[in-house]
Design a protein around this ligand. Structure first.
Ligand code: ADP
Length: 396
C-alpha cells in the first residue's frame, strides 16, 4: 500500500512517499516545492513527478494522502480529512494561523486533485489525549474552558516517534504496540512506569514532552503553538498580566501585541540578532550579551520542563534531543545537561561534541539515564497512523 505524506506550509509543499505493509514502512522518495504561489498546480506537478519517476504507476496506486494537521476545534486523533476536519481547522484559525489555514486550503486542493483517494489527518494534539486532566487544564473560569481553552500540546507526531524509537534503542518493549490504538478509539494504555522518556523537540518551534510507555503525560506547549519554550520568533510562556500592562504603557493595540508576540519575540526578541540559534551562537561568541542571554533563556526553559517531567515520571530512563537544534546544537545540549549528575544524567562531553544530525547515545557509560540524539521523523508516524486507520476501516 502506498501512502503519500504531505507537509503543507504557507508557501511550501514537502512530501514523502511510503510503501507500507504489516511489517513496516519503506520510504520510496521525498521532495518538495518552495515559494508556492499556486497550490493546485503544485499538487498537479507533484503527482505528475511521482508518476514520471515510476514511484507511482498511476494515481489509483495511491492508497491515501496523510496530513500532519495541527489544531482542530473539538476534534483530534487520526481521522479521515473530511468537511468536519476542515471546519475544525477553520474553527481554530485564530489560535494557529500559520498552520491551520494552509492545511485547510491544502486539504481542499488535494481533494479536488484526488477525489477518489482517502485523505487522512493526524492532529498534532492527538498524542496528548491520554495525558491526565490536571496537566491539560488551565485555572480559568468555566466559560473560558467551554470555548476550548486548555493545554492541547503540539509536535505530537515527533514526540511519538521519539517514544517508539527510544524504546527500540534501549532494547525495551515495543511501545508502538503498547500504545497502538493511541490515535484511534481502543483500549487505554497500561499503567506503570516501565519506560520513562523526556523528549526535547528543539527546532524552529520547540517543546518538551514527558512520556510513559509510549503515552504522553504532559507537555510544555499549551493552548497554542506559541506557548511553552521560547520559540524562534514567538514568545513562549508569558505572564498573562504582561499583555494589558504593555498595551497601556506602550499604547499598543491588540493587533500590535499579537504581531509583536508572534513575530518579534522568542529567541529573536531576546537576542535582537536573529531567530536562528546558529547566528545567535556566533554573536554570543563575539561577546554579544543579549545573544548569550537568549541561549541561556532557552536552556533554562528546557531544564524547567525536564525537571517538571522528571518529577511526574518519578525519574527518567532516556532524555532525548531531536529536530534542527536538538540534533545539531552541541553547546545547547551541554548547557541543558550541566550539573545533573545528582539526578542520574551524565553527558559524555566528547561524544556530545562530535554527534550532529545523526542518531546516537551521548551519555557517559556510567550515566543512569541515557541521553539520546534521534533525528526527527514525523512523516513516518503520519504514514503509520494513516495505514492503521485504513486497516481498521478494512476490518470493520
Ligand atoms: P522546523 O522546526 O522549522 O520544522 P527544524 O526542526 O529543521 O525546523 O529546526 C530548524 C532550526 O534548527 C533552525 O532554525 C536552526 O535554529 C536550527 N539548526 C539547524 N541546523 C543547525 C545546526 N547545524 N546547529 C545549530 N542549530 C541548527
Amino acid at each position: 500500500m502506498k501512502i503519500l505524506v504531505a507537509n503543507i506550509g504557507s508557501t511550501s509543499l514537502k512530501y514523502r512517499l511510503y510503501s507500507m505493509n504489516e511489517d513496516g514502512a519503506e520510504l520510496l522518495c521525498s521532495g518538495g516545492y518552495e515559494r508556492v504561489e499556486d497550490y493546485a498546480s503544485t499538487i498537479e506537478s507533484c503527482l505528475q513527478a511521482l508518476q514520471e519517476s515510476g514511484h507511482l504507476k498511476n494515481l489509483e496506486e495511491l492508497s491515501a494522502v496523510g496530513f500532519k494537521t495541527v489544531l482542530g476545534k473539538d476534534l483530534s486523533g487520526c481521522v479521515f480529512a473530511d468537511d468536519a476536519v476542515i471546519a475544525a481547522l477553520e474553527g481554530f484559525k485564530e489560535v494557529a494561523p500559520a498552520h491551520n489555514i494552509p492545511y485547510a486550503n491544502g486539504i481542499k486542493q488535494f481533494r479536488s486533485a484526488l477525489p477518489n483517494t482517502p485523505l487522512v489527518a493526524l492532529f498534532e494534539t492527538a498524542f496528548y489525549q491520554f495525558a491526565p486532566e490536571a496537566s491539560r487544564s488551565y485555572a480559568i473560569p468555566e466559560e473560558w474552558q467551554a470555548i476550548g481553552i486548555r493545554r492541547y500540546g503540539f509536535h505530537g507526531a515527533s514526540h511519538k516517534f521519539i517514544a517508539e524509537r527510544s524504546a527500540q534503542l534501549l532494547g525495551r518493549e515495543d511501545v508502538s504496540k503498547v500504545a497502538q490504538s493511541l490515535y484511534q478509539k481502543g483500549p487505554q494504555p497500561p499503567e506503570g512506569a516501565d519506560l520513562r522518556v523526556i523528549s526535547c523537540h528543539l527546532g524552529g518551534s520547540s517543546s518538551v514532552t514527558g512520556i510513559r510507555n509510549g503515552v504522553a503525560i504532559g507537555t510544555s506547549m499549551g493552548f497554542s503553538p506559541q506557548s511553552g519554550l521560547p520559540q524562534n520568533n514567538r514568545v513562549g510562556d508569558l505572564d498573562s498580566a504582561a499583555i494589558p500592562y504593555a498595551m497601556k504603557k506602550l499604547g499598543l493595540s491588540l493587533e500590535e501585541v499579537e504581531k509583536q508576540l508572534t513575530k518579534q519575540s522568542g529567541l529573536l526578541g531576546v537576542s535582537g540578532v536573529s531567530n536562528d540559534v546558529r547566528d545567535i551562537g556566533q554573536a554570543a561568541k563575539q561577546g554579544n550579551k543579549r545573544a548569550q542571554l537568549a541561549l541561556d533563556v532557552l536552556a533554562h526553559s528546557i531544564r524547567h520542563w525536564i525537571g517538571a517531567f522528571y518529577l511526574e515520571l518519578g525519574g527518567c530512563d532516556a532524555l532525548v534531543f531531536t529536530a534542527g537544534i536538538g540534533e545539531n546544537d552541541t553547546a545547547l545540549r551541554e548547557a541543558v545537561c550541566s550539573n545533573l549528575d545528582g539526578l542520574g544524567f551524565e553527558l559524555d562531553l566528547e561524544a556530545n561534541a562530535s554527534l550532529r544530525g545523526k542518531e546516537g547515545d551521548i551519555a557517559s557509560k556510567g550515566s543512569k539515564t541515557r541521553v539520546l540524539v534521534i533525528p526527527a521523523n514525523e512523516e513516518l508516524v503520519v504514514a503509520r497512523e494513516c495505514y492503521r486507520l485504513l486497516q481498521s476501516g478494512a476490518k470493520d
